[in-house]
Design a protein. Structure first.
Lengths: 271, 276
């Protein structure tokens, strides 16, 4: 391989990095296949330039009718926003509580293997479906309204917080757990004296982030009828009340901004 | 006091970490366990309080076989065995005082522990030990703000808070500089001698082992190949434990018994503690 390139010291003069796929032929064939698939999938989408171009004037029309935003039905707006906030706070609260046992059971360094697998399966399962799908499910079961929305957000919050905290527990240095166990402390004292102080900042940070996320998601789940300001928004679109839609959108933007700032401020003060 | 009988640990990977170790410590003495990396020093010490489950054999502490104890009884025995670690293993986000008091966790109830309401005598002992290890005034400092040497002082304090009948010490100085290492060993040995607690110390620094231990046990491939006093550790013994090497610079010559006599150590402790 390195014939004729050896120096007087016998050290090779040529070197190249090891590639993922060593055979050049295989490498180029795979690259070509990837490009062909990309081209094929774009063409299969049947992007219709005609429909896109006729949509543009309609968009202009819709935006024209949105301006100026109509705040005259502010009581509906306030009611929707308050409902969204209530949904977000309630869901975050219950999510925080439910996430604690799930996070502990989902930490492989704390519990026996079967418990860990069961908890992780629960977490994965509830993360499999997007909130909208869960919301549709709960609306079918419990009917329209904020109950379905809150339940949706509780499921999403619990799985999110528990996954994050479980991973934080797993990342704890094993020595600390070992040291506390060596003093003769049982599992419950290990929890309060070692795991709680080490993971509390992460838990609170994730929970506050989730409150912020719930605020955003509470506006979305309303679109499928699960309560909150999103439900009001969906109604205005179907009634072509675009000026009221814009008013709602502006309020949602303000709400999300406030939530984001609050979340960042609180998390900045945790250590 | 402590008796290990044919203690064996085989890991699931098939590694025979310790192989039929029999060892008796029947008086309050400091026993240094020396040996190359992978000889099974850490495993041996962890099998005693069952942080690692032995595969077979017995660990008898004051007549009780620890290996056969059920979980609940094991926790009771663990309260009597203090442990000190190479990486200190303090709970970083807790204060020095909370870390010291964690040595009493086996004796207080759940809510008392949760609210950090420890008995007055425990708090008094903690303050005394804090002073003794040279960290007076540090009670409210968070553990992650301390230097390595200071953390190990807290680690020693935590183990002694248990008022143990046995001290297990796993490479207490391996992460510390030479001067701090000597200070830590000195505090450790003094406290062990004062309280009359038999102490097993894993240590890879042969010089430190000779300077501070009453007895030295050599471990190789999970088996005891030497058991004697510091003076009996010769080049031949080290070759037996570690393999062929030029040992002339490692072994302490007879005569430099220690840099300082015990009374000198006491005087210096306070000064060095304040610096360390």
């Amino acid at each position: 391989m390195t014939e004729g390139v050896e120096t007087q010291a016998g050290a090779p003069l040529q070197w190249h990095r090891i590639r993922l796929i060593e055979t050049p032929a295989a490498r180029y064939v795979l690259m070509a296949l990837a490009v062909i698939y990309l081209i094929w999938s774009v063409s299969a989408l049947d992007l219709n330039w005609h429909r896109l171009s006729t949509g543009l004037p309609r968009a202009a029309n819709m935006f024209a009718r949105m301006i100026p935003p109509d705040f005259s039905r502010w009581h509906l707006l306030i009611k929707g926003v308050l409902e969204s906030i209530e949904m977000a706070v309630a869901a975050s609260f219950f999510g925080m509580i439910l996430a604690v046992p799930l996070a502990i059971c989902g930490a492989s360094n704390l519990v026996p293997r079967p418990v860990y697998l069961f908890a992780r399966a629960l977490i994965v399962l509830s993360r499999t479906f997007h909130e909208i799908i869960i919301a549709i499910l709960f609306v079918k079961i419990f009917g329209f309204g904020p109950l379905a929305g809150v339940l949706t957000l509780i499921v999403a919050s619990t799985s999110f917080i528990s996954k994050m905290v479980a991973e934080d527990i797993e990342n704890m240095p094993p020595g600390q757990l070992e040291a506390i166990r060596a003093t003769g402390a049982g599992f419950s004292k290990l929890l309060i004296y070692c795991i709680t102080p080490q993971t509390l900042p992460r838990y609170l940070g994730v929970s506050i982030y989730r409150l912020d996320a719930n605020l955003r998601h509470s506006t979305v789940v309303g679109i499928v009828g699960a309560g909150g300001i999103g439900e009001t928004l969906a109604a205005t679109f179907s009634r072509y009340d675009y000026d009221f839609s814009l008013a709602i959108l502006l309020v949602i933007i303000a709400l999300v901004f406030v939530g984001e700032f609050f979340s960042n401020w609180v998390r900045g003060h945790l250590r | 006091m402590l008796e290990l009988i044919e203690l064996t640990k085989k890991y699931r990977t098939g590694t025979l970490a310790i192989n039929g170790v029999t060892l008796t410590v029947d008086q309050p003495q400091v026993v240094a366990i020396i040996g190359p990396s992978g000889a099974g020093k850490s495993t041996l010490i962890r099998c005693i309080n069952r942080l690692v489950e032995p595969s077979s054999g017995k660990v008898v502490l004051d007549g009780i076989d620890i290996v056969s104890l059920p979980r609940r009884e094991l926790r009771k025995v663990r309260r009597r065995i203090g442990m000190i670690f190479q990486e200190y293993n303090l709970v970083d986000r807790l204060t020095v005082m909370e870390n010291l008091l964690s040595g009493r966790l086996g004796y207080v109830g759940f809510w008392k522990a949760y609210r950090r309401k420890f008995p007055a005598e425990d708090v008094a002992t903690a303050f005394r030990l804090l002073d003794r290890v040279g960290l007076a005034g540090y009670q409210d400092t968070r553990a992650d703000e301390l230097s390595g040497g200071q953390r190990q002082r807290v680690g020693i304090g935590r183990a002694l808070m248990q008022q143990p009948d046995l001290l297990l010490v796993d490479e207490p100085t391996a992460s510390l500089d030479p001067k701090t290492s000597r200070q830590i060993m000195r505090i450790l040995v003094e406290l062990a001698q004062e309280s009359g607690t038999p102490t097993l110390v894993n240590i890879h620094d042969v010089g430190l082992a000779q300077a501070f231990a009453d007895r030295i046990v050599g471990l190789r491939n999970g088996e005891i190949v030497f058991d004697g006093t510091a003076d009996q550790v010769t080049a031949d013994v080290l070759t037996e434990i570690y393999g062929e090497e030029d040992w002339s610079t490692t072994i302490r010559r007879a005569g430099d018994k220690d840099d300082q006599s015990i009374s000198d150590k006491k005087k210096n402790l306070g000064k060095e503690a304040a610096a360390g």
